[in-house]
Design a protein around this ligand. Structure first.
Ligand SMILES: Nc1ncnc2c1ncn2[C@@H]1O[C@H](COP(=O)(O)OP(=O)(O)OP(=O)(O)O)[C@@H](O)[C@H]1O
Length: 253
């Protein structure tokens, strides 16, 4: 019987030299690991420059939850700040909501990032700001509506932390998938005012601290791939099923 030749592994469509390691979720191009890092970081750089997100000398807080998005954001922001001489003073800002078994674990990731990237970390907690932890609030009001309370408190806590750090802006790890989700929710709720605002890359310019989303155009799947390939980002807290699900669907080529 004739032996069928093993199909040659495809070359990266960008450099045409190395073996393709993934099909890029955003463009479906088959590219190598090195080109993936380059295009991922270059795209964020372009978003920052084209939207004039920062000015040299500004103090910027990175909202650091210890989850995948903000951990990759801290990594990319510190890389780009150094590589392109943005001249920014970067800080990590974490809110400890006081949720046992959840935020205490993810805060360990943020503490590691503080050392890895040499970025000063400020943690503000619900118990210190409001005199209540989220666990205590849930005991009192139950699980119904607790996410609404938590969201409002977190927003305010981030503003308070940013004021303590005396930063000019706060950046968050909201990605393209988060924004698509918010758009759909606002359509379903018929909230026209929020629908108009929710896709802006900078919000709150008239409030105490403007907020920016450098990952506005970044797909969640690509953040997960970058995280899984970068040694310094390995110990990030992500619910296990979510990681497996995202990786399986994006690494197949
Ligand atoms: N406890 C927190 N402390 C500081 N920043 C936070 C905190 N929670 C959320 N953020 C900021 O808000 C962004 C969106 O958070 P959210 O929990 O909605 O999404 P997420 O996709 O799970 O983000 P992440 O993977 O970074 O946790 C985060 O990327 C982070 O920048």
């Amino acid at each position: 019987m004739e032996k069928t030749a093993k199909p040659k592994s495809r070359l990266c469509t960008l450099c045409n030299e190395k073996r393709a390691a993934l099909k890029r979720p955003k463009t479906l191009e088959q590219i190598c690991r090195e080109c993936f890092y380059t295009v991922f970081e270059d795209e964020i750089h372009r978003v920052i420059v084209d939207n004039q997100l920062f000015k040299p000398g500004e103090r910027i807080a990175i909202g650091a939850s210890g989850g995948k998005d903000s951990t990759v954001l801290a990594y990319v922001m510190s890389e780009l700040n150094r590589r392109h001489n943005y001249g920014l003073d970067l800080f990590l800002l974490s809110v400890d909501e006081g949720i046992t078994g959840y935020r205490d674990d993810s805060l360990e990731t943020v503490k590691r990032n503080e050392i890895q990237y040499g970025l000063p970390l400020k943690v503000v907690s619900y118990s210190e700001l409001y005199g209540w932890t989220m666990d205590e609030i849930v005991k009192l009001i139950g699980l119904k509506n607790n996410c609404t309370f938590c969201g409002v408190f977190r927003r305010q806590a981030l503003d308070r932390g940013a004021a303590l750090l005396k930063v000019d802006k706060l950046v968050t790890g909201h990605n393209a998938d988060d924004i698509a989700e918010t758009v759909l929710l606002n359509i379903l709720r018929g909230d026209i005012a929020r629908l108009g605002r929710c896709t802006s890359i900078i919000t709150g310019e008239d409030g105490p601290i403007p907020r920016c989303k450098p990952f506005k155009y970044t797909y969640e799947k690509e953040i997960v791939i970058l995280k899984s390939w970068t040694t310094s980002l390995q110990n990030v807290f992500i619910p296990p099923m979510r990681t497996a699900d995202l990786l399986v669907s994006s690494l197949k080529i």
